[in-house]
Design a protein around this ligand. Structure first.
Ligand code: SF4
Length: 229
């Protein structure tokens, strides 16, 4: 169920020391996913962790870490997520949730109950190229759009982020993406690295010049957009 734990990260939760918990399983198949076994839920059982063992670990980190980042896979697929987050918050940790934005009906109650303190949502590409970027033949964008609206109209701090891959992203597509998401405060472009357990081989990162062109395009809509990683 819980695939991996990073016991200390200074990067995953902005401004906080945190542990990151990776939930197994995802409804997307992004070719550039570097957590292939996790996304496809094929980690050996002996490498997985029970929620109880993760909470026991967090008990040893009370007062030492600020927060817990809950990532995936797609964490919102897990029916036990709300109870798990409540147990994490009961231990005094702030909670950041990473999501691909496809499950607004599951995210909304977590936000309403104040269970999540920060949300990072992947926006994979402009609407025209979304399905191919997430490795699916067809994809209904409505849930992603709904999650964006939910976050933009809510009070919980959030960020949108896009991992740039040469085979999928161009400055024109990034401009269309930025027009779609609108002028949000926190939008980050992340560089793809050919490392980890990729779902598809043969993908490439953009050159520094191409990344700069993408950043320039999105800054015409989101002036605070920045690079990460
Ligand atoms: S990159 Fe994220 S959304 Fe895409 S397949 Fe991997 S875990 Fe799922």
């Amino acid at each position: 169920m819980i695939g991996n734990i990073t016991k200390l990260t200074l990067l995953d939760y902005p401004g906080k020391t945190a542990a990151t918990v990776f939930l197994s399983g995802c409804n997307f198949r992004c070719p550039f996913c570097y957590n292939g076994a996790l996304a496809e839920d094929r980690l050996p059982v002996e490498d997985q962790h029970s929620p109880e063992s993760v909470l026991a670990f967090l008990d040893t980190r009370r007062g030492l870490l600020d927060g817990v980042c809950i990532s995936g896979g797609e964490a919102l697929l897990w029916s036990g997520l709300a109870d798990f987050i409540q147990a994490v918050k009961d231990r005094g940790f702030a909670v950041k949730l990473d999501t691909n934005g496809s499950l607004p009906d599951r995210l909304a109650p977590l936000l309403d109950q104040g269970l999540v303190d920060y949300v990072a949502m992947d926006v994979k590409n402009d609407p025209l190229h979304y399905a191919e970027t997430i490795g699916l033949a067809h994809f209904d964008l409505a849930p992603v759009q709904e999650t964006m609206q939910l976050l933009k109209e809510g009070t919980i701090p959030f960020e949108f982020r896009t991992t740039l891959v040469k085979e999928f992203h161009t400055p024109d597509r990034l401009l269309a993406l930025a027009r779609w998401i609108g002028p949000v405060d926190r939008y980050f472009l992340q560089t793809f690295k050919d490392e980890g357990d990729l779902l598809q081989a043969g993908l490439h990162s953009l050159s520094p010049k191409e990344i700069e062109a993408c950043l320039k395009a999105v800054r015409s809509i989101c002036p605070n957009a920045d690079l990460r990683g």
